[in-house]
Design a protein around this ligand. Structure first.
Ligand SMILES: NC(=O)C1=CN([C@@H]2O[C@H](COP(=O)(O)OP(=O)(O)OC[C@H]3O[C@@H](n4cnc5c(N)ncnc54)[C@H](O)[C@@H]3O)[C@@H](O)[C@H]2O)C=CC1
Ligand SMILES: O=C(O)CCC(=O)C(=O)O
Length: 638
């Protein structure tokens, strides 16, 4: 997108907008065809012909007037159909149009809608956006006495090829004109010289010949407003903000972020450090799961990065301090897959206690081994939970409901739920538990939390579950403890080295051992959890991008913020050092800005100031705010 007004001080232009696939997401005639044909046996064939004619006309392959006539002949439209579409058309507003209501409200007298579509359908949208009826140039349908559509008013130039240019020219607009549209009949207006700049609008549909004929492509209305220096709802066009989602993140997140106008790119697998360094340039938000390490080196290469979202619970894969040091906010989804992990832990415990996996494997080989030896009930056994956080404490509740006795160990004080007993040390827990389940977080100091000494302290014949992080268990020592029979069985979901994608091989000393269940890091991999994570993490990202809200950030001070109304919102992330707030306020006061609301929140290392100010400011102010000593990142919203 590189069109721009000839000079910053140029007169504000008239903004001409197309309707179908520009102001609304639909093509009017295609939507009407869907209604008319819903009960017709020939529906598919007719719908295809109508859509084809629409495409051909919009791509400039056939005459617009001819295409309109042929489509109306194919459809047996009535007033009822047209009114029904008009009734629901407001629900079809293009997302970037919907979110720029304020632009329309403030510029209604400079906005013109020029469309080959029908006045009745356009009218509700024009009214919603505040565009006066005389600024809507559209086709007029003609009905017979029974309310059937018989054609359009052929005296209206819009019924003909090239009619848009003719209709617009007749307005004699006294000033520069920009045009935003998706179709060839829009490109023709540029060619006819009736507009100064033409933006090929591709938020709904991208037509190559139209883009080629345009001064610039606009993937959203925000891009045009930004390029033209008009009062856009956001300071930087969302469609130019790049979100890179790795590791097969649930499509709901992609949809939520795209709906809000951001450009989203997805990759199925994780990336190693070098590959991520290659990809991170120009990325504003990075989404990962547990396998992508966002190291200090990656962050150093991230020239535009504002936020990293872990679409999971664990954040040990992100260098949180290095991120905070660059003013990059990190988020996770702390509760969305908790229940899934807990249910799997319960299932794995039953499976291990009953030696189900080996018995099942034997049957697949044709061996019938009906025996109770070594098979035990959960009831009355002691479950030792290491790490009594969200997962550990939830597991505690379910295990007690199944009749287990629960003991737990945590490095911090935690409320013991139900009849669970807190033990003072890991050793005390290992000495008492029939089943040890690890639910600590992945901090580096937890590396080899379970090593040879700890296995030696477990009750002979006890079971081990690890659904936390791979490095928490010394895998070689576990293999030995299993081999010696000290540990009677294990379920391991996480590994020190995990394949980056499903196509990469897996290897472990635990492979082939008796009563050992290996699962490919699926503790949180349920449809429910992935959907809930997508929803939660996407909302956190949107809250941060759209409002500066850092609620649930795991590395920046948490500030909950309402939507930006009124003026501008200045977001200033800085080192927690003396005098920054005073310096910010001095700059704002010197610029004559009135502070409408202000927040400051700090943690040990970082401070976050949010200031809502009234509208007008000099751009030099931005440089002054960035130059305040200790500034890590500054941005402005709105
Ligand atoms: N297998 C999987 O697919 C999944 C694995 N996880 C892992 O589970 C971990 C725990 O999740 P949450 O319970 O939600 O986290 P959490 O942060 O609520 O709980 C972790 C608890 O472990 C405690 N802890 C840390 N180090 C300890 C130690 N050395 N000894 C005793 N206690 C210690 C902490 O004080 C905290 O109470 C996550 O950090 C993640 O690594 C989480 C979700 C899915
Ligand atoms: O499923 C995933 O991507 C990782 C799950 C996990 O380990 C977590 O939530 O911390």
């Amino acid at each position: 997108m590189n069109a721009s007004p000839s000079s910053a001080s140029a007169a504000a232009p008239f903004v001409v907008l197309d309707f179908d696939s520009t102001l609304v997401k639909v093509e009017t005639l295609d939507a009407l065809a869907d209604m008319v044909l819903s009960e017709s046996v020939e529906a598919d064939a007719i719908r295809t012909r109508v859509a084809r004619l629409t495409d051909q006309a919009m791509a400039g392959d056939i005459d617009f007037g001819e295409a309109l006539k042929r489509r109306l002949e194919l459809l047996q439209l009535t007033r009822t159909h047209v009114e029904a579409l008009a009734d629901r058309i407001l629900g079809e507003l293009t997302p970037s149009v919907r979110r720029n209501g304020r632009f329309f409200a403030e510029n209604a007298d400079r906005i013109i809608i020029v469309s080959g579509g029908f006045r009745e359908v356009i009218a509700p949208v024009a009214a919603e956006l505040g565009v006066a009826p005389e600024r809507v140039l559209a086709n007029d349908l003609i009905y017979d006495d029974e309310g059937r559509v018989t054609g359009v008013d052929e005296a209206n130039p819009l019924s003909r090829e090239g009619g848009k240019a003719e209709a617009l020219k007749a307005l004699n607009l006294p000033g520069p004109v920009i045009l935003i549209g998706d179709g060839w009949n829009d490109a023709v207006m540029k060619q006819a010289g009736v507009v100064d700049r033409f933006y090929a609008f591709t938020e709904v549909v991208r037509r190559e010949p139209v883009v080629a004929a345009a001064d610039a492509e606009a993937r959203s209305l925000d891009e045009v407003l930004h390029a033209e220096g008009l009062s856009g709802r956001w300071s930087f066009p969302r469609s130019r903000m790049k979100i890179l989602l790795l590791e097969n993140i649930h499509p709901l997140a992609v949809q939520r972020l795209r709906e809000e106008g951001y450009s989203v790119e997805t990759l199925k697998g994780a990336l190693d450090e070098d590959a991520l360094i290659e990809r991170i340039r120009g990325v504003h938000v990075l989404g990962v799961r547990s396998k992508t390490n966002v190291s200090a080196r990656v962050l150093e290469a991230a020239d535009k990065l504002m936020a990293v979202a872990a679409f999971c619970i664990g954040t040990n894969q992100i260098d949180l301090e290095a991120a905070a040091d660059r003013g990059v906010a990190a988020f996770n989804a702390p509760y969305s897959n908790t229940r899934s992990v807990v249910e799997l832990a319960i299932g794995l415990t039953v499976t291990l206690m009953r030696d189900v996996v080996d018995k099942s494997a034997a049957m697949h080989r044709g061996a019938w081994n009906k025996s109770a030896t070594g098979s035990r009930e959960l009831r009355g056994k002691t479950l030792g939970i290491v790490g009594y956080g969200a997962i550990g404490s939830q597991l505690s509740v379910l295990a007690e409901a199944l009749g287990m006795r629960v003991v737990f160990y945590d490095v911090v004080e935690r409320l013991a739920l139900g009849n669970a007993r807190r033990l003072r040390s890991l050793d005390a827990l290992l000495a008492e538990a029939d089943v040890v389940s690890l639910h600590v977080d992945g901090r580096q100091s937890n590396t080899n939390l379970m090593g040879p000494q700890q296995f030696a302290r477990m009750k002979p014949g006890a079971l081990l579950l690890n659904l936390s992080r791979g490095h928490v268990v010394d895998i070689g020592a576990l293999a030995q403890a299993l081999g010696s029979g000290r540990v009677a069985g294990a379920a391991v979901d996480v590994f020190p080295e995990e394949p980056r994608t499903n196509d990469d091989p897996f290897d472990s000393p635990l492979m082939g051992l008796k009563n050992v269940i290996l699962t490919p890091h699926i503790g949180g991999s349920t449809e429910e959890a992935q959907e809930a994570i997508a929803d939660f993490a996407a909302e956190r990202v949107l809250g941060y991008l759209n409002r500066g809200d850092t609620t649930f950030s795991v590395n920046l001070p948490n500030v909950q913020l309402a939507d930006v109304t009124g003026g501008h919102r200045l977001l200033h992330i800085h080192r927690n050092q003396a005098g920054v707030l005073a310096a910010i306020n001095r700059v704002l006061a010197d610029a004559g800005l009135n502070i409408l609301a202000q927040h400051l929140k700090t943690d040990e290392h970082t401070g976050y100031v949010i200031a809502d100010v009234d509208r007008d400011y000099d751009r030099a102010l931005l440089a002054d705010l960035k130059a305040i000593p200790g500034t890590l990142r500054f941005r402005i919203l709105h």
